[in-house]
Design a protein around this ligand. Structure first.
Ligand code: SF4
Length: 83
């Protein structure tokens, strides 16, 4: 039986970001500052104030989420929040 790969969703609640830069330092492939100096997920969809994107692999996004001092980065694995 073939095991289904997990799917991950990463979300930033941008209105809570304090622009500390931790996520960008740890995971620059996925995070950057936007023009408003708040963190932005590259190639993501912006829904209201939040950025959302889905991946097959969580990569460094989990480290970024764990480094956020205001816990405004949320990571979901198969729909269940893991950070
Ligand atoms: S770690 Fe959190 S507070 Fe710091 S820039 Fe990233 S999203 Fe904003």
């Amino acid at each position: 039986m073939v095991k289904k790969l997990a799917s991950y969703k990463v979300l930033i609640m941008r209105n809570e970001c304090v622009s500390c830069g931790n996520c960008i330092a740890l995971c620059p492939e996925y995070f950057e500052f936007d023009e408003d100096d708040l963190s932005h997920l590259k190639n993501s969809k912006r829904i209201d104030e939040n950025d959302e994107i889905e991946f097959d692999d969580v990569n460094c996004c989990l480290d970024a989420a764990l480094s956020c001092p205001v816990t405004c980065i949320h990571v979901y694995e198969d729909g269940e929040e893991i950070s």
